[in-house]
Write a protein that binds this ligand. Structure first.
Ligand code: TXA
Ligand code: MG
Length: 316
């Protein structure tokens, strides 16, 4: 449903976000497909709606410093300088993440990408919702980014609870992404040119290959290569002897004999399973187990994303 951003519709959209639904909304860059960033299952719906073949970390949108504090646990002086100059606006900062942000938002990374959008509709929606909102561009995986509500409607109408129409977006390209730290690095060219950033933070490294994927898992292997070896196997494929020293990541049912079992979704709901995957793997990895066995899930819908991630974890 495409609606104009009247106060009533903004209130309705905010309510949808608070209750775990999806709202497409205009930002100054592209339309975003938003969900409550602190609700893992709501965020799983984003991946499902976009039919992404794998989980990518998402950008979290905030409307205030207080909301920023909910998602980032540390804001360096460099970050402060950029925030002061460019927020609200199309600049995304990669900062150390707060514990409240679920792993599905950051793909298990210890950092979170955050921005305060400059579009009045986006800001008003965030303020009314009162929660930080994770939002990638509102297009199915592999398609052009949407710069009009009609683009979103054409591609995703039946997968979104509400589409707020703010007309054509200002920037039409996504935000510029900067990772702060010892060597501040541009991870994605975007709506704010590097030339405008450097006077504020000094020289920037560039790491803007065609994809961030090699950078993200390559630089931070602790998620993809947990200390505990992981194998994909059905319970009946795991020998019964020695199971006490093993963890099992089950999809639906609890198998017998394992030291620890985490069940992703007792009802067999792939969305729920995706929402809990990263947390469950982190928890299992902290227990000093000999190995973790993970049950394959059906390769449909979010199941493909789950299996993609499990296979990556298992090949290390
Ligand atoms: O303009 C925009 O930024 C739009 C609008 C809707 O705000 N949003 C957007 O979000 O482009 P998304 O989720 O598609 O952008 C995700 C990008 C990915 O390339 C991802 O790798 C990078 O942000 N990213 C997210 N979290 C990261 C992290 N913790 N470290 C490094 N890169 C991160
Ligand atoms: Mg995108």
């Amino acid at each position: 449903m495409v609606v104009p951003p009247t106060p009533e519709n903004l209130e309705k959209a905010a309510q949808i976000l608070r209750s775990g639904g999806l709202v497409a909304f205009p930002t100054e860059t592209v339309y975003g497909l938003g969900a409550n960033a602190l609700d893992a299952e709501a965020v799983a719906r984003i991946f499902e709606a976009k039919q992404r073949p794998s989980f990518d970390p998402l950008i979290v949108h905030v409307a205030s410093r207080e909301m920023l504090g909910q998602v980032a646990c540390e804001v360096s002086s460099q970050a402060e300088a950029l925030i002061e100059r460019f927020w609200p606006g199309p600049l995304t900062l990669v900062l150390p993440k707060a514990a409240a942000v679920p792993g599905i938002v950051t793909s298990g990374l210890p950092t979170v990408a955050v921005r305060m959008p400059g579009h009045p509709v986006a800001l008003e929606l965030l303020r009314r919702a009162g929660v930080p909102v994770a939002a990638p561009s509102a297009n199915p995986f592999g398609y052009l980014s949407p710069t009009r509500a009609e683009h979103v409607a054409r591609m995703l109408e039946d997968r979104v609870d509400l589409i707020l129409d703010g007309g054509l977006t200002t920037h039409g390209v996504e935000s510029t992404i900067v990772m702060l730290g010892e060597k501040p690095t541009v991870l994605r060219y975007g709506a704010i040119p590097v030339e405008e950033l450097e006077p504020v933070v000094g020289p920037l490294e560039l790491s803007v290959g065609e994809s961030l994927k090699p950078l993200v898992p390559g630089q931070l292997p602790q998620h993809y290569a947990p200390r505990t070896p992981i194998h994909i196997a059905r319970p009946e494929e795991v020998p019964t002897r020695g199971r006490k020293k093993l963890g099992y990541l089950a999809f639906q049912d609890v198998p017998r004999g394992f030291g620890v079992v985490k069940v992703l979704s007792p009802t067999g709901d792939l969305r729920e399973a995706a929402a809990h995957l990263f947390e469950a793997l982190h928890q299992l990895d902290m227990l000093g187990l000999e190995a973790i066995y993970a049950e394959p899930v059906p390769e449909e819908g979010l199941g493909r994303a789950i299996m993609d991630r499990l296979r990556r974890a298992a090949t290390r």
